[in-house]
Design a binder for this molecule. Structure first.
Ligand code: PRX
Length: 683
């Protein structure tokens, strides 16, 4: 039997020690203006009304043609929503707002350098720019169903490129700009893209970073994997100027601002897309090295993000909404681009880091632009709190009505700081739990309906039948005080359609664990396994504890331990490597590397540095290990399996437990001593 391995240390034990937190109630002023205040929705979305209830979500969109089948379950777990329906995501985000909101700001772009003015792009301007970009894509021979990889930072040209793709039914695959050229290449290869869209440079922490250089690395690495990139489209941070050391490759690289000149004034009809046509791919780290391309649909996804942006984010057209997430992740796709634009929102896109040049930056931006909805991650909140515990206290004009926390568990203490100091006791908070795979929020309070509870995401949204199961598939009742795996018992419109090109892996990862009958066509037999541990309180609120698989959540960025291990193994001196999560005060968790070296090679700080560098260049600086331990051997079972759980315990200063059954128990003691010494030195 394969030994079951978990890098997380017994979540269930942790859970039982937690006390209940007190409720916080939404202010009356918030409720009075809220988009959604109707608690009867939970009746309308009860199981007996499933799946037809989701018409309420889809009706928020403009359809060219209505669907004939709300949910097609003929090929589980590959669900199809709103089958027969036709729509265009770009039309819903742009064209349909022109009549009433042509002159309204869609995006306000805030450059990182504080002396550079922000710029406003209205819905009319967005319409013009998206059409012209769509004409550019068309002129390159791209058509419906093709994939385009976009490796871009937080600039408006990113959503413009995405929307131009969506207009034509081209499937975009956006890669987070912080990822390396190699990581980008993996995604180019997997998606089969022939076109890469990038930018010359962008600002981060006060520096104009050369980004085009990564495109060259990506194209080269993709080529080595057998995927030819024919064209690299290069936006310029300052049109007409070029800020990269990388030369433009003749015949392959083109400046987008040059191409656009030939298409000035072009108008491109939105393609009428079937509801179940893929809108985009978004890659996630997985339990094995290879990233998984989550494929999101047009109709179901758009319906889901539109309704949740409206009911949970409470975005009204007159609000100023700022989500600090990066568009290169799912949060940015769903809650900067597709959801908010579908509602004709005005969104802030900020180029840089929140603490540049100091932790007052978010408050100055909010004051100046009148931001009233603020959306960020626990890591950003912890960083802002640490840098300046006063938060926006001295910015009297900062007044949020609504704040979001997303991406990691938030400690109740940090939540309270967010509530009292950032929200000034006047803003509601939603702690939204969801994943790349889920398209949109799953568990959260609905802000005008539910009380908030620090550290808990909240109940499941209408139409989401969430529960906690133990490893055997038994339900752990609410209030039992025991943790288990959170699952969603039913399909919902926002769920991923599958893993691009890998249906088997999709079933294995999310359904194999709890599927009751692989031949069943009944959705009730296919609970979705999210890969998170959770505990459900008696009031039905879920508290998310973290991943149960080999995924490390670093500052809200999802990284696979296996991916990091593969990077470590590229260092020629390394024989074996294990990567484990270590709790971190600011970032939630950070990776630590344990590596053994090839025979005859002595550990040295140089090798440690080589490992750090390999991780940074192959994956990203965000994956940088906190410590690299060069050890004589890794703890192993008798069958030779590396015991990451033991290493994780040691990294976190915990007792590694009984190790006597290991093949090499003596090594645990040695490693333990080594790590203790390093921890001492850290203090
Ligand atoms: O472990 C959960 C954590 O982030 C994972 C999903 O990461 P990703 O696909 O990158 O999507 C991030 C944006 C939703 C989850 O499996 N996570 C997400 N939201 C929360 C959370 N953990 C605790 N509380 C949350 N609100």
């Amino acid at each position: 039997m394969v030994e079951k391995e978990r890098t997380e240390v017994s979540e269930a034990e942790v859970a039982v020690h937690w006390g209940e937190e007190e409720y916080y109630y939404p202010p009356m002023e918030f409720i009075a203006q809220a988009n959604f205040t109707d608690p009867t929705i939970f009746d309308r979305f009860s199981e007996e009304h499933f799946p037809e209830c989701f018409k309420e979500f889809a009706d928020m969109l403009d359809w060219y043609q209505y669907w004939h089948t709300t949910l097609d379950t003929s090929n589980p777990p590959f669900w199809k929503w709103f089958v027969g329906g036709k729509l265009n995501a770009c039309y819903n985000c742009v064209d349909r707002h022109l009549e009433a909101n042509r002159n309204k700001a869609a995006f306000i772009f805030v450059p990182e350098p504080e002396d550079e003015d922000h710029s406003v792009i209205t819905y009319q301007e967005l319409y013009v720019r998206v059409n012209e970009m769509a004409a550019v894509l068309q002129s390159l021979g791209l058509k419906t169903g093709d994939r385009v990889t976009i490796h871009m930072p937080m600039v408006v040209e990113l959503p413009i490129t995405m929307l131009a793709c969506a207009r034509l039914g081209i499937i975009h695959s956006v890669v987070f700009a912080g990822f390396s050229g190699q990581a980008c290449a993996d995604r180019i290869e997997d998606s089969g893209s022939h076109i890469l869209v990038t930018i010359d440079a962008y600002y981060r922490s006060g520096k104009l970073l050369d980004h085009k250089v990564k495109a060259d690395q990506a194209v080269q690495a993709a080529k080595e994997m057998g995927q030819e990139v024919e064209k690299v489209l290069v936006w310029r941070r300052y049109p007409g100027e070029y800020h990269s050391e990388a030369p433009m490759v003749e015949g392959r690289d083109v400046f987008v601002d040059d191409l656009l000149k030939a298409h000035r004034g072009a108008r491109v009809e939105p393609v009428h897309m079937p509801a179940e046509a893929p809108l985009f791919l978004m890659y996630t780290s997985g339990t094995t090295g290879r990233p998984k391309g989550q494929q999101h649909s047009t109709g179901g996804y758009m319906a889901y993000v539109t309704w949740t942006s409206w009911a949970v984010q409470d975005i009204h057209p007159e609000d100023v909404y700022w989500c600090m997430a990066d568009i290169g992740w799912i949060t940015g796709h769903s809650y900067i681009v597709y959801g908010p634009l579908s509602l004709a929102a005005t969104s802030v896109i900020y180029e840089g880091v929140p603490t540049y040049p100091d932790a007052g930056r978010p408050w100055r931006i909010s004051e100046q632009l009148g931001v009233n909805i603020f959306h960020t991650s626990p890591t950003a909140i912890r960083m802002l709190r640490k840098a300046d515990p006063d938060g926006p206290k001295n910015y009297p004009n900062v007044q949020f009505k609504h704040m979001t926390t997303v991406g990691e568990p938030i400690e109740p203490e940090v939540w309270r700081w967010y509530y009292h100091t950032v929200g000034k006791d006047k803003a509601v908070i939603v702690d939204t739990w969801w994943q790349t795979e889920t398209g949109g929020f799953l568990c959260t309070t609905i802000p005008a309906i539910h009380a908030m509870k620090p550290g808990s995401a909240g109940p499941a949204l209408p139409g989401i039948y969430a529960t906690v199961l133990d490893d055997e598939g038994n339900e752990i009742p609410p209030g039992a005080g025991r943790a288990g795996n959170i699952v969603i018992r039913n399909p919902w419109p926002g769920i991923t359609q599958g893993i691009w090109g890998n249906p088997e892996r999709f079933i294995q990862t999310y359904y194999a664990k709890y599927n009751r009958d692989p031949n069943s066509k009944d959705w009730r037999d296919w609970p979705y396994f999210a890969g998170d541990a959770a505990v459900q309180a008696a009031d039905g609120y879920f508290r998310i504890l973290g991943r149960v698989d080999d995924v490390i959540n670093v500052a809200g960025h999802r990284l696979g331990t296996k991916e990091i291990e593969s990077a470590v193994l590229t260092v020629e001196e390394v024989a074996e490597a294990a990567v484990v999560p270590r709790a971190d005060e600011l970032k939630g968790t950070v990776p630590e590397v344990y590596a053994s070296l090839k025979p005859g090679i002595e550990p040295s700080p140089e090798i440690e540095q080589k490992i750090v560098k390999a991780v940074e260049t192959i994956i990203s600086k965000i994956a940088r290990p906190k410590n690299v331990y060069l050890v004589p051997d890794l703890p192993k079972t008798r069958s030779g399996k590396i015991m990451r759980r033991v290493l994780a315990a040691i990294s976190n200063g915990k007792d590694p437990g009984d190790v006597t059954t290991l093949a090499n128990p003596e090594i645990v003691k040695q490693i333990h001593e080594m790590v203790k010494a390093r921890h001492q030195a850290e203090k």
